[in-house]
Design a protein around this ligand. Structure first.
Ligand code: MG
Length: 380
């Protein structure tokens, strides 16, 4: 007997080990453009590969998470953030008996549409496109995988499965998601990737903020969740500037959030009585989530991070200068559309110059945009 496991064997293992409400790859709705099944991989494994091998994924390495890309080699980038989200997604999915490959695929794709320069870049693009549909990174992630990435001759997009698109869709508007259909909720795997994103950035943005010296550990006394965890684990926040403490705090925080999500979600799933992945979709409420008390605590942490990190003058100032360059480059494209790339030019007849220029800029890495600004505006 062969020791190799063809796809059918892997699907059988899935069917016998996953919880009934997990999304089985063999029970998926397929792809917009039908393709033959792969010999060794399930459909979600294929989607993971398609995403990882896309140019948009590789560019995440040079896109800002919080700190402008290149300002410090130890800070998270959009790529390392994405890998942390995928890792947390797999942990949550495995513990709940869900499909890890699907959760991982959604996590890997979730930020593909992020513009350069993080949230400031997103706000800038939204402003530049305000009379042309605006800009939202969730919408854009869907646009990247369904249109902008085009490795195939026969069609645009990565032709991902319905279930991965459904997970990426998240809050994306109908405008960007024709044909996906509307359900009350995404699969549990999609819900997991959404929450894993939050867990990752709460803990790693806090750690990066402490590393950068923009957040002082002593100020975390005012954040109930941090103060509580520090007390439980014997961390003295007032003398907590040591590197090990920063690591410990991030680790303890993500552990707590993961643990909290698992226990709360397990309870909600059991109480809901869902028996299939489609029961989950029809269920009126999300089944993956924090307990009400943990939800309150994470909201407080979020507000703290907004007030003390994301809008810290040192972060916001650098990002603002970069965003001014983004706006200038955008203006230059409107003035002379020949400057936008060949692929973007091809899309102008369908989506107009504003959207094509927005897509082109959204796809850029931080450093590419800075160089493009130099090319256009240095008249030396
Ligand atoms: Mg994210």
């Amino acid at each position: 007997m062969s020791v190799l496991r063809p796809r059918e064997a892997i699907e059988e293992i899935e069917a016998s080990t996953l919880a009934p409400y997990a999304q089985r790859s063999a029970a998926g709705r397929g792809r917009l453009h039908p393709q033959d099944a792969h010999h060794w991989r399930t459909e979600y494994q294929r989607d993971v590969s398609r995403i990882i091998h896309s140019a948009a994924f590789r560019r995440l390495e040079y896109k800002t998470q919080v700190f402008l890309n290149g300002t410090g080699d130890h800070y998270r980038t959009r790529l390392t953030h994405t890998m942390e989200v995928a890792s947390i997604s797999r942990t949550l999915a495995r513990a709940l008996g869900l499909n890890e490959d699907l959760a991982e695929a959604v996590a890997l794709a979730h930020d593909l549409g992020h513009s350069p320069f993080g949230h400031s870049g997103e706000e800038t693009l939204d402003r530049l496109l305000k009379d042309h549909g605006g800009f939202d990174h969730n919408d854009q992630s869907l646009r990247v995988v369904t249109l902008l990435e085009s490795p195939y001759d026969e069609f645009d997009g990565l032709n991902l499965t319905f279930e991965v698109l459904e997970g990426v869709q998240k809050h994306a508007s109908e405008r960007s998601a024709p044909g996906i259909g509307s359900y009350a909720c995404a699969s549990l795997e999609g819900q997991i990737a959404d929450l894993a994103d939050e867990i990752a950035y709460y803990s790693h943005d806090l750690q990066d903020g402490l590393e950068a010296g923009l957040i002082l550990a002593g100020s975390l006394h005012q954040v109930e969740l941090c103060a509580m965890l520090a007390a439980e684990h014997g961390l003295d926040l007032d003398t907590a500037e040591a590197r090990s403490t920063r690591h410990n705090l991030a680790r303890i925080l993500s552990n707590r959030l993961i643990h909290g999500v698992l226990t709360e979600s397990a309870g909600r799933i059991a109480a809901s009585g869902v028996q299939s992945a489609d029961d989950v979709r029809r269920h009126p409420d999300l089944l993956i989530g924090y307990s009400p008390s943990l939800e309150e605590q994470t909201k407080e942490l979020r507000s703290f991070l907004y007030a003390n990190l994301y809008f810290h003058p040192q972060v916001a100032g650098a990002n603002q200068r970069a965003c001014d360059m983004m706006a200038a480059v955008f203006g230059a494209y409107l003035q002379d559309p020949r400057r936008i790339g060949r692929e973007a030019t091809r899309r102008v007849p369908n989506c107009g110059l504003y959207r094509a220029a927005g897509d082109y800029i959204a796809g850029m890495t931080d450093r590419y945009l800075l160089r493009e600004h130099g090319r256009i505006f240095s008249h030396a």
